[in-house]
Design a protein around this ligand. Sequence first.
Ligand code: THU
Length: 136
Amino acid sequence: MTNKIDLMCEKAKQAQAQAYSPYSGCEVGVCIKTTDDTYFSGCNVENASYAVTACAEVSAVTAMITAGKYDITDVMITSNKGHGFPPCGKCRQLLSEFAAPDMTIHFTDSDGQFVSLPFSDIFPHAFQPKHVGDTE
Ligand code: THU
């Protein structure tokens, strides 16, 4: 049986193959798993007006929300870069909104090592929905 990591890697790579990235050449794929074991994938979508670019995480989260799901247990990020591809700061904030307790993030770090880390390790002290209100 294919394990979770292999399955998510395969799904992320399938999404990565659809990346639209003529400007940076970075092809990125993301697969997210929700608490009910549903998987959603996405790729990055660039634009001639560079700031309009959507990261792969945005595409995957958008697919998840469209399906009415909100709780992510795992995030897998793949890319065509041998040197690793950690999630950007904006995407860490995006993912934190929908992180189930103990959400794990899987990616290749800057040393080229595949790592599976608690999300809280790479994004401590997140700005959370509770911070928007008057009291915590
Ligand atoms: N990118 C992602 O898809 N996810 C990230 O977390 C970091 C960056 C994309 C955006 C752009 O298309 C390319 O990688 C280079 O920044």
